[in-house]
Design a protein around this ligand. Structure first.
Ligand code: NAP
Length: 259
């Protein structure tokens, strides 16, 4: 299937590793020019070179914190008229809700709710005027099935989800879609460090904790980042113009509910 997005321009957050990098690669394979963002300059430049070599598209690395106003302004300087926006950054730390003070909550809200909301605000009107836009927010399966040690994530991402539910309906008639992708367990650095935290909390070896987590996934394995990247690229395709305002789980069947 030709996704019909060759030549479009995308901004992809958190893209030197893990899920964000996978989204950037899948979009680049469709011929999309990508502006990719992470805080660590050496890593984002290495990812840019890798994607450029593999796909031949224009890849622009930007080394900033995408959750800050200054960081997003830098990104928009590099890509002022994006057709596609993939909102993604690191997740908040794990922990116990009794230890989280106001500063911890504000940091989580900035990182996993407000940053994405402001980026949508900054880009959506341009998409409306060009009559094409695709916004995908990488959130978490924790939005549907909360994980107690990830309370900061459960709360902040649910706020983003509520905002998106409203605004997606407002902009749909302009061929601008906004969807949330909810990853379950994907084998990334972030996932491995969460497994380490759980292992420590339960006083188990890392490998045992990893096996326990794998056993909870109906597919019997963790997801590969490319599987999420390809789903994301499809949501950005011309074919996906009738899908909007949705919370789309990609979790190998781990979520046990019928709906
Ligand atoms: P990861 O492997 O840790 O990669 C995170 C990427 O984002 C890196 O490139 C990192 O580079 C960049 N990044 C982090 N904070 C940033 C910031 N403030 N500004 C710009 N770039 C930033 O994480 P991942 O597993 O791909 O997860 C991506 C998102 O999906 C996270 O929000 C995570 O909570 C969520 N998620 C993941 C899973 C999973 O199974 N992996 C499941 C549910 C939800 P720098 O550190 O250099 O900035």
């Amino acid at each position: 299937m030709d996704f019909g997005i060759a030549g479009k321009k995308a901004i992809v957050g958190g893209a030197s590793a893990g899920l964000g990098k996978a989204c950037a690669i899948s979009l680049a394979r469709e011929g999309v020019d990508v502006t990719i963002v992470a805080r660590t300059r050496a890593n984002i430049e290495a990812a840019a070179e890798e994607i450029r070599t593999a796909t031949g598209v224009k890849v622009t690395p930007v080394a900033v914190d995408i959750t800050t106003d200054e960081g997003r302004a830098e990104v928009l300087k590099a890509c002022p008229e994006p057709d596609i926006l993939i909102n993604n950054s690191g997740g908040p730390p794990t922990g116990n809700f009794r230890d989280w003070d106001r500063d911890a909550w504000i940091a989580a809200l900035n990182g996993n709710m407000l940053g994405a909301i402001f980026f949508i605000k900054d880009t959506v009107d341009g998409m409306i005027s060009r009559k094409f836009g695709r916004i995908v927010n990488i959130t978490s399966s924790a939005v549907k099935a909360p994980i107690s040690i990830l309370g900061l994530s459960n709360g902040a991402r649910s706020g983003l989800t509520g905002f998106v539910a409203g605004v997606a309906r407002e902009v749909a008639k302009h061929n601008v879609t906004i969807n949330n992708l909810l990853p379950g367990d994907f084998d990334t650095e972030r996932h491995q460090s969460n497994t380490r935290a759980l292992a420590k909390k339960q006083n188990r070896p890392y490998e045992e904790m990893r096996a326990i987590r794998t056993g909870l996934v109906a597919a019997g394995r963790f997801g590969e980042p490319v599987e999420l990247g390809n789903y994301c690229a499809y949501l950005c395709s011309t074919q996906a113009s009738f899908i909007t305002g949705q919370n789309l789980l990609i979790d190998g069947g781990k979520y046990p509910g019928t709906f």
